[in-house]
Design a protein around this ligand. Structure first.
Ligand code: HAM
Length: 430
């Protein structure tokens, strides 16, 4: 019988990696709570129409990448329904905002989520068919201040702080404005007209995009096409006065907060709901899939899916890519346990368990060896999983003085049992 494997584009995360995932999620939750965000959990599958209307029929995500199926009726009272595994979470959050009438509170809603998303993309490093996003949305009626450029700047400042806190160095914030709902179609027409005389010299993908979705030409990476793309009209020149002022105010607030950014005229993003501010944080260590996260404003999304006016802004970070970046930086050294207790001789096992119990109850992480192991084997095992080793033989049991070796310094010391927990805790913070 052939062996069964995880489906292409999906992965198992084993304990050697999940520690880092948990640390990233804990840091994100802590930062989000400092900025007044609360968690929202929406279903993993939704009515297909939500994504068709919200994200846009013409986008790659909806037209090519969704996992969609007809869900059969189980009873006469039920209808068959087209369902889709969520390819992103913003549409689901806005649906929930509408369904639970969160706008009626009059308050700005600040919601975050962590969870799996599904896109049938060509798998490669940093691109999977099941991947995890950590995202957040700020949304509310216009009277709650949801349209203010200060909200955009605050979200970006929070992201800069979160990446710094995670220990990700070398990120670049790319910023643009795609203008109002009417600026974008105007620009698409300008772009289509400008592409006409030059598209024949471009790659085949661009020739197709110029017909179907001219904005996607701006994502082309083919080196020969770059001078042509750089000479195309910029969306900045199609913005109305309000959108220009909004963008200038976002930039001014970022300048005041000291958050560095680059203007990227080509950043129009692949989802249709964006208006005004769009952004990505990229990282050079990621290779082709270099976007750590992306987001922007979506002032008309609620109306697109049948809700009241509810301007909003948000982002989603690719958690898989955060993990890759941290691993590559070696900032993510395996999290080591505080200590490994090595009983010397099986007779010491019960007393060693008692010592492990008291250290664990003091908040220390402890691995317990086995007195049947030779001391050399205990040292080798300990060195892989813990910062220190505590030897627990007959002498130690009789004297209450334990031998402790710190692997990072190589120093071996004698510590009274009563002082051991405090000594291990203080060496953890060095
Ligand atoms: P997105 O740019 O499609 O935006 O995805 C956001 C991030 O998810 C990307 O920057 C990337 O890090 C990660 N990502 C996307 N696809 C994959 C994949 N196949 N494998 C691994 N990681 C991936 C959105 O999803 C919007 N909902 C963001 C948003 C929130 N805009 C406003 N609010």
């Amino acid at each position: 019988m052939s062996t069964l494997k995880a489906v292409r584009g999906t992965r198992d995360l084993l304990p050697a990696e999940t520690g880092l995932w948990n640390r990233i999620e804990a840091t994100a939750r802590s930062v989000f709570s400092r900025y007044g965000f609360g968690e929202i959990r929406t279903p993993v599958f939704e009515d297909t129409a939500l994504f068709a209307r919200g994200v846009g029929e013409e986008t790659d995500i909806v037209s090519k990448e969704m996992y969609t199926w007809e869900d059969r009726a189980r009873a006469q009272s039920e209808k068959t329904q087209s369902l889709t595994l969520r390819p992103e979470n913003t549409a689901g959050v806005v649906r929930a905002y509408i369904e639970h009438k969160l706008g009626e509170t009059g308050q700005l809603q600040k919601l975050y989520y962590i969870g799996p998303q599904f896109r049938r993309e060509r798998p490669q490093r940093g691109r999977y068919r099941q991947f995890s996003q950590i995202g957040a949305e700020v949304i509310g009626p216009a009277s709650s201040g949801s349209e203010s450029p200060l909200r955009d700047a605050e979200v970006l400042e929070m992201l800069a702080s979160l990446l710094d806190e995670l220990g990700i160095s070398g990120w670049v914030l790319k910023l643009n404005s795609v203008g109002s709902a009417s600026d974008r179609p105007k620009y698409i027409e300008t772009l289509r007209a400008a592409l006409m005389p030059v598209v024949g010299q471009m790659c085949v993908d661009c020739q197709r995009r110029a017909e179907t979705n001219p904005l996607r030409v701006l994502d082309c990476k083919v080196p020969e096409d770059q001078p042509i793309i750089d000479a195309l009209p910029k969306i900045a020149d199609s913005l109305d006065a309000d959108s220009r002022a909004h963008f200038a105010a976002v930039c001014a607030a970022l300048d005041a907060a000291g958050v560095p950014y680059e203007r990227d005229h080509r950043l129009v993003r692949g989802l249709d709901y964006y208006t005004r501010t769009t952004f990505e944080f990229t990282h050079g260590g990621l290779g082709a899939q270099n976007a750590l996260l992306g987001g922007g404003r979506y002032d008309g999304l609620s109306e697109l899916i049948g809700g009241p006016k509810a301007p909003g802004i948000g982002f989603a970070m690719g958690e898989d890519r955060l993990v890759l970046t941290l691993q590559a930086q070696e900032a993510a050294k395996a999290v080591l346990l505080d200590t490994y207790i090595a009983p010397v001789g099986e007779v010491q096992n019960p007393a060693a368990l008692s010592l492990a119990r008291s250290l664990r109850r003091s908040g220390l992480s402890v691995e317990l060896g086995d007195g049947a192991f030779r001391v050399k084997k205990s040292f080798e095992a300990a060195d892989k999983v813990a910062r220190t080793i505590v030897l627990f033989g007959e002498d130690e049991a009789n004297s209450g003085i334990l031998t402790v070796k710190d692997f990072s310094t190589g120093i071996q010391s004698k510590i009274a049992r009563a002082d051991l927990a405090a000594a291990l805790l203080s060496s953890r913070n060095k």
